[in-house]
Each structure stands twice: as C-alpha cells, then as structure tokens.
Design a binder for this molecule. Sequence first.
Ligand SMILES: [Zn+2]
Length: 610
Amino acid sequence: MKKTSQKQPPAIHYTIVPKDLAGHLFNVTVTVAEPDPQGQVFALPAWIPGSYMIREFARNIVRIRAESGGAGTGEPVRLTKLDKHSWQAAPVAGPLTLHYEVYAWDLSVRAAHLDQSHGFFNGTSVFLRVVGQEARPHQVDIQRPGDDVARNWRVATALPEAGAKRYGFGTYAAGDYDELIDHPVEMGDFALGGFTAHGIRHDIVITGRVPNLDMARLEKDLKAICETQIAFFEPKTKKAPMDRYVFLTMAVGDGYGGLEHRASTALICARADLPTTAAPKTAEPNEGYTKFLGLCSHEYFHTWNVKRIKPAVFAPYDLQNENYTPLLWLFEGFTSYYDDLMLVRSGIISEATYFKLLGKTIGSVLRGSGRTKQSIADSSFDAWSKYYRQDENAPNAIISYYTKGSLVGLAFDLTIRAKTGGEKSLDDVMLALWDRYGRDFYKGGARGVTEQEVEALFDEASGVRLKSIFDRYIRGTEDIPLAKLYAPFSVKVTDERKNARPSLDAGIGRDAGGAKLTQVHEGGAAHQAGLSAGDVLIAVDGLRVNGNLSNLDQLFARYRVGDTVTVHAFRRDELMTFDVTLQGDRVPNVTLAVTPMARKGATVKRPSAS
Ligand SMILES: [Zn+2]
C-alpha cells in the first residue's frame, strides 16, 4: 500500500455551547486556519433551503468579535460590517477566530430555539459561512451547557460523528459547508425510538411532554412508510440514499410543519396528533395521527425529491439571495401528491380514506378565485414574496403550488396510465428524474434539472406527449378536469354543495368585541356588501354578535339564502352599517368513489389501488 502525500486542507472549526438557557443564547466560535490574506469575509445565510423566504438570520447575532491565533490567546482583530449578513476581518497572517452570540427563541423548524427544556438549531442560524472556503471540511464541537438541568441531555442529529459518541456531546464533522447546514441538531432529554428500514437505521426523536406516547406504533408505521419509499426509488436494490436517518420532532399544544434535509427532517406537531398507548388500538390511524404520518411521509419523500433531484438554480444554493425557480410545483406539489399515496401503498390507510383526503385537497384548490389569476409556475417563482408572505387577500390572488401541484401530479399520473393502458405511470417519470439527476448528486454528479429538461424528460419517460398539461395547468390557470381524467378508472368525482347555508362567504375569527373577518372572498356576500377583512361584526339585524362563532351561525340560521340583513361592524374604531344579501356558502364538497365497473377487468389500475 502506497501512502499518498496529498494533504487535506485544514478544516473550518466551530464550537457551539448553550451559554444562557434563560436568555436563549448560544455562544459560537469559528476558527479559520488560513484566512483570506485580503481580509476574511464571513456571512450568515439569509434563508434556509426548503423554506423560500428571506429571513435575515444574522439579525439574531447579538455581539461579535474577532481575534488572531487560537481561541482566547490572540490579539483583537478589527471587524467591518459589509451588509446585513456579512463581516470582514482585517488581514491577519495566521489562524483567525470569531466569537459571537446567537439569540435563539424561534420555536419553528426553520431557525433556532433554546431554553431550560431543550436546544435546537439549524446551521443556517448559527454557523457563519467562511466565504471562499465552503468546500473545505467543517468540524463542530457541540458542548453540553453547564446548567444542572442539562445533566441528562443528549444530542440528536444526522451530522456524522468525528469523536462524539452517538447521541453524545462532542465533535461532529461535515464534508463542506453545504453539508454542515443540512443537519439540524436537537439537544435535550427527549424520547428516542427507532427502526431499521431496508438495512438503514432510522431514529425517532420526540421533544416535548407527551404522556403515554405509543412509540411502538410510530416505529411500526414509519418503518412501513420508509420501506415503501426506498423500494419506490430503488425497486431492484432497495438501497436508501443515506447511511442513516433521523426524525427530529417537537411536540407542542398546537403546531404543524416540517423541513426536509438530506438525512433527517425537523418536524413540529400537535401533541394530540401523536399516538397514545391509552387509546384502544385501531387498524387505521385516526385523523390527527394520519396528518402526522402524512407530514413524515412528505418530508421523507423530499430525501429524493428536492434534496437530491433539485432545480438547477439550487445546485448550488445562493444562500444570500432569493433563488427563483418555476418548478416548486414539481418539488413540493409532487411530494404532496406522493405523501398520501405512500400511506395507501404502505397499507397505513385505505383507499377510501385516501379519497377523503384527496377530496379535501380538490376542494381547497377550488375554493379561492386566486387560482384563475396565478399559475403554479408563477406561484413557484414568486414563492418568496407571495406564497410565503400571505396576507388577507391570498385566496383572491394566489394559488398554492403544493395543493394544485399535487393535483397536477395526479393529472399526469391518470393521463399517462390511461394513454399507455397502464404500462406507464408518473412513477416512471420520478424514476427517470432520480436516475438522471438524483442518485449521484452527492457523489460528484451535482447537477440540477432545468425547466426545459423537465418537460422533455416527462415525455420521454412516459412515452406520452404531455405538453397540454404543462400549457393548461402548470403555465396556465385552467381548472384540472379530474372527473373526466378519473372516468377511465371507474372513479366518480362529484362536487355536491347540498343544503347551502346562508353565509357571508368570508373567513371569520374570534375577537373580543365580536366576530372579525379574516378574509373576504371575491364576489361573495361580504365583498358585495362592502365589508372588508379586519372589520369586526357586532350586530346582525340589531342582535348582538359575541366573540363566540357559533353565535354568528345561530344568527344566520334564522334566514334564507337571498335574504338581506343589516350588519353593524367596526372598521378600526368607526361604526359602519352594511346591507348584506346572504349567499349560499360556496365551500366545495368534493367526493370520490369507485363505481361498479361497467365491464369487469376493463379498467386501468388506479394510482391508489393496491
Ligand atoms: Zn415539502
């Protein structure tokens, strides 16, 4: 064996320690062995990949200083602020160390959070990027807080260990900066479960108080979902794209969200959605638990679709600016299409339950008039300023690339199956994307897919000309004719708005003084009468509206559709009067059902049929 003389460049070295639990402060240092002789620039990302909004994480850096030499031994070095995310150190010859504090009090999957109960951080919130040295190896020493309350704390992360023991404090390593910030870290006294899926260890980490958590059920159900997805992308080898995987879950009273990473996911969920050993065992999960499993399935599917198959503009990410892509309908929409489908295919839910979930999604897409104005290609592109920054006018102005994107996935799937007599499906398109762009992404083959390549690949992989779907439902704003597309599969889609109740056709929330309009739907009764979002309703035909929403339902229940009522409402602090002609509520009520087949055996296999 011959020893190579090739020298690894010295690693960028970080330390992070929870310094003040009550004050929510992490102390962080970064030491650069070979700083830029012109003056090393450091920058904190402006956004976190997966959540398409500029968040300016650097605003949580409370104080920062630099010194030459190793930590604690050197001379002060002048730091100049270049912009809201960046600093430049004065030129120094040898090692350079930055010391800074990060305020961590954002309980979400996107940032960092620290108190007496736990610590959580994404690298994008705490690790300054050493500009120009991102490709070097990065190391981080994660230290235990000195507080007595933290004596039982453990660490959960998919960051590779480099001295640290599994679940222990100590040193972890990443091949480059991109990897360093793609492994969120949880520390605390969490519940820990796990399972093996096709040979790969999966950890389930639950932070937060959850009495009688049924971890065994979680392990069983998640294992089924993960194995189904691994086998989906690699039907022959059943080889997962990562060495291990971690579900980092924060359970709270009320919350929902997830963020995908290459070998883990950060989740936040309602405690009530997690299974309990105190409830009788049911074959199918209840509604809340189904929602949680759907979230897990969604983030796990991203391990392939968006963490490895990526839009060209994400390879690599520009972490300081918006990264515009018209393709989020593919990366978020198709992931939403497959998340529930994987619950059916893994046997967790029945097709009847799947159809209920699908009916809800179809209804939510049909609900707002924004769908007639914005395409999902445009919604993808403008995610940064529109989808992620929704205001009261959102239903009238925008469409979700998640929900309509998932229906476009269904439209492709049904079209391909119908036109090929079941020979091909959307699965073949996903496998072609995986084969061409995904499998080797972190093996030196880092290349994203462009809009033009996507369209060509869809036709090629399916053998079907699919341009009209791109033109009408992706670049255009047409409603997808799902009843027609489902017909060859003996599935009947109906939208029956029976017994439409008299309504304002507005979103309504509680308010101390009455009922507050949160959204006013375009063309609805409230809009036509001149009411606005933010108005507080205090009386209907002289009868008081209290903060209890059922009281408003009771008041309207005494009228018919078409009746006109007098509504008193405050806009700011000015009392106004409106004559409102009540309309039937326009909430879609979409149901799907398998019909008895006209000719037995003549039907092409449905995507959700087992
Ligand atoms: Zn997603």
